[in-house]
Design a protein around this ligand. Structure first.
Ligand code: NAP
Length: 234
């Protein structure tokens, strides 16, 4: 049975991905700042390499080699660029981009050893559209898309695929917090009217795309950015 690690797996999109992969028959470990009581790994900050290495070692010991990695941990931020401190910029880049670097490097030896692997990076539709007051976030997610494309070319010969899923407008605690702070440019209801499929996305919509991309039959798909956004970005 294959073992999957899902970062950010205690909430929202990451939680739905972890649940879906478990339902599909994988052994799943969720890495999170605040994991559930049932997690096989302690609290892990993906921006901290020592914590990531320790978490991966714990998963390996309990569940075996990690050949599937979904990077869903992420943090946002809203600040006018002229008011953005370098510390705030750095924290978002550190979690959203450097976290992916750490987790991929920590899991990769297992995939190389197996001659098989699946990496899915959850980026953001804002990397396609831009988003005011989120320069650090959009920069981090655009970089994740770029990393995905370049890494796919490097790892293809070793049986490892690398793809990105940029979600758009998915009903999670992150989205609702932004709505509550009036940072969405309208309410979720108003956004639904501007969304071609006329509904908000569900975490399960992202999980379905991930379930496909990590499957055996997706082995010829790599370096792709698969938007799941109800048609908001094409
Ligand atoms: P969420 O509900 O806030 O879930 C994110 C999870 O990641 C939380 O459990 C969070 O823990 C965890 N996390 C944050 N920083 C971490 C770190 N340094 N190390 C480990 N775990 C960390 O948000 P979501 O909406 O599901 O977002 C999941 C991913 O989708 C993120 O990468 C986000 O950028 C991306 N995304 C979401 C949307 C959307 O519409 N919701 C759109 C575009 C992209 P805490 O709760 O303890 O902070």
């Amino acid at each position: 049975m294959r073992t999957a690690v899902v970062t950010g797996g205690a909430s929202g999109i990451g939680l739905a991905i972890a649940e879906r992969l478990a339902k599909d028959g994988y052994q799943v470990a969720a890495l999170d700042l605040d994991p559930s009581d049932t997690s096989v790994v302690p609290a892990t900050d993906v921006a901290d390499r020592a914590q990531v290495d320790a978490a991966l070692a714990a998963v390996r010991e309990r569940l075996g080699p990690v050949t599937i990695l979904v990077n869903a941990a992420g943090t946002d931020g809203f600040k006018r660029f002229s008011d953005l401190t370098f510390e705030a910029w750095h924290r978002v880049i550190n979690v959203n981009l450097n976290g992916v670097f750490h987790c991929v490097q920590a899991a990769l030896p297992d995939m190389m050893e197996a001659g098989w692997g699946r990496i899915v990076n959850i980026s953001s539709s804002s990397a396609q559209s831009g988003q005011p007051f989120m320069t650090h976030y959009v920069a981090s997610k655009s970089a994740v898309n770029g990393l995905t494309k370049a890494l796919a070319l490097e790892l293809g010969p070793f049986g490892v695929t690398v793809n990105a899923v940029p979600p758009g407008f998915i009903d999670t605690p992150m989205l609702r917090k932004a709505e509550a702070r009036e940072l969405l440019g309208g309410t979720v209801e108003e956004h639904i009217q501007r969304t071609p499929v006329r509904r908000v996305g569900r975490p399960e919509d992202i999980a379905a795309a991930c379930a496909f991309l990590v499957s055996e039959e997706a082995g010829y798909i790599t370096g792709q950015i698969l938007g799941v956004n109800g048609g908001r970005n094409t």
